[in-house]
Design a binder for this molecule. Structure first.
Ligand code: PLP
Ligand code: LYS
Length: 384
């Protein structure tokens, strides 16, 4: 595989920074569009994965919608050009002022997770003389076989309306004058590579659809969320997941009612592989088991390894010497500030450029200023 990094150029940029391969992002977006269009599926990009304005603008240019989880994400999506009717607002805890943002901008729909939330949206909509379009997020109790922190579709998780509460919630919807019921919504978790989980989701959705048929209240939208995983181990060999297979599962297993639209909320699978965190080695020092390669990026720049013990492939872009093992760690005053233990790298020295791969999703957007560090900058392949 050819090296995707224009090393000569990147070596000049002050580290740490995120580098976005915009050509790869384009190829990924083209593929998603082509595969989704085969079935007439609607794609909403999950802004939470990467809310960088340039990335949002690029995603929008392919005609996708935006799936938002805060008022600020709604505002950022509008600023990037997403039409308001293609914006959905999800989340278990929407604040009043965020609901107002959604209503003021006439967004496509609110994905609602509880009766109290429905009542508040109805009340605010009434005050504003508006009708809120609403999809009900149902907790399907499907095991996603992923990290427990990013499993969202089990009964023990805080997300969604329990299946056994559904009738009660639908009765409530019928009573509220400023709510228009438009759809049902599901999301079982993230970084899901076991596609059987999606088949199970389809089966559960089919069972639930029967209840709506009985009530003669068919939801126009069936939103099956996101969650498709990527290959963190082999980012060059698998620069994007198999979207053809993924959408094919829904085509094969989801039974739709007349006129229903299928919506997806893809985040990680869209942006993960196009992003890399680049960092330089500050010091190499001896450890008990291996050497420490101390780099100038820390968990404040990329928190996934510290938070979920997530694996990211690490490469030394400078050295091609004999290989050794290193614990690659950051400068932050936490032992969890470690990007990889006993990583095999060519002999590593101060000043070497280190690439931490597959960092385009839940990377830059989760960066923080712990230790009063600066936020990482972004560099784009098409602007250098
Ligand atoms: C409701 C909802 N939709 C979509 C997504 C996007 O998921 P992913 O980035 O795994 O595609 C998430 C995050 O897990 C989510 O919580
Ligand atoms: N932040 C998580 C994903 C969360 C998905 C949002 N529900 C990650 O880095 O893998």
């Amino acid at each position: 595989m050819s090296n995707p990094f224009p090393f000569q150029t990147l070596n000049e940029v002050e580290t740490p920074f995120y580098y976005y391969n915009m050509q790869l992002l384009d190829t990924t977006l083209e593929t998603i569009k082509r595969e989704a269009d085969k079935y007439g599926y609607h794609i909403h990009y999950a802004v939470k994965a990467n809310a960088n304005q340039r990335i949002l603008e690029r995603v929008h240019s392919y005609g996708f919608g935006a799936d938002c989880v805060s008022g600020n994400e709604v505002i950022a999506s509008l600023a990037a050009g997403f039409p308001s009717d293609k914006i959905v607002f999800a989340g278990v805890g929407k604040a009043d002022k965020e609901i107002i943002v959604g209503l003021e901008n006439n967004i496509g729909c609110f994905n609602v997770e509880s009766i109290p939330e429905l009542e508040v949206i109805d009340e605010i909509a009434k005050r504003m003389n508006k009708t809120a379009k609403v999809a009900l997020r149902i907790n399907p109790n499907v095991q996603a076989n992923t990290h427990k922190y990013i499993t969202t579709g089990l009964e023990e998780n805080k997300f969604g309306i329990y299946i056994w509460d559904l009738e009660k919630v639908l009765d409530k919807v019928d009573q509220l004058n400023n709510i228009e019921f438009v759809g049902i919504h599901f999301h079982i978790g993230s970084q899901i590579n076991d596609l059987d989980s999606f088949k199970q989701l389809c089966t559960r959705v089919n069972e639930l659809q029967e209840r709506f048929v009985k009530r003669r209240n068919i939801p126009r939208i069936v939103n099956v969320g996101g969650g498709l995983g990527v290959d963190y181990e082999n980012p060059d060999e698998n620069p994007m997941p198999d979207f053809e297979k993924f959408f094919g599962i829904f085509d094969d297993f989801l039974d739709l009612q007349e006129g229903q639209e299928v919506h997806f909320e893809l985040g990680r699978s869209v942006v993960c592989q196009c992003g890399t965190l680049l960092s330089k080695v500050l010091y190499v020092k001896d450890g008990v088991h291996t050497q420490f390669a101390i780099v100038d990026a820390g968990m404040s720049d990329l928190i996934r390894p510290a938070l979920y013990q997530a694996y990211h492939k690490i490469e030394n872009q400078t050295s091609h010497k004999e290989e050794y093992k290193y614990d690659v760690v950051g400068p932050i005053c936490e032992s969890s500030d470690c990007f990889g233990k006993a990583v095999t790298l060519p002999k590593t020295e101060r000043g070497d450029l280190i690439a931490i791969r597959s960092a385009g999703a839940y990377g830059e957007v989760m960066a923080n200023q712990y230790n009063l560090r600066e936020l990482p900058k972004a560099v784009y392949s098409d602007l250098i």
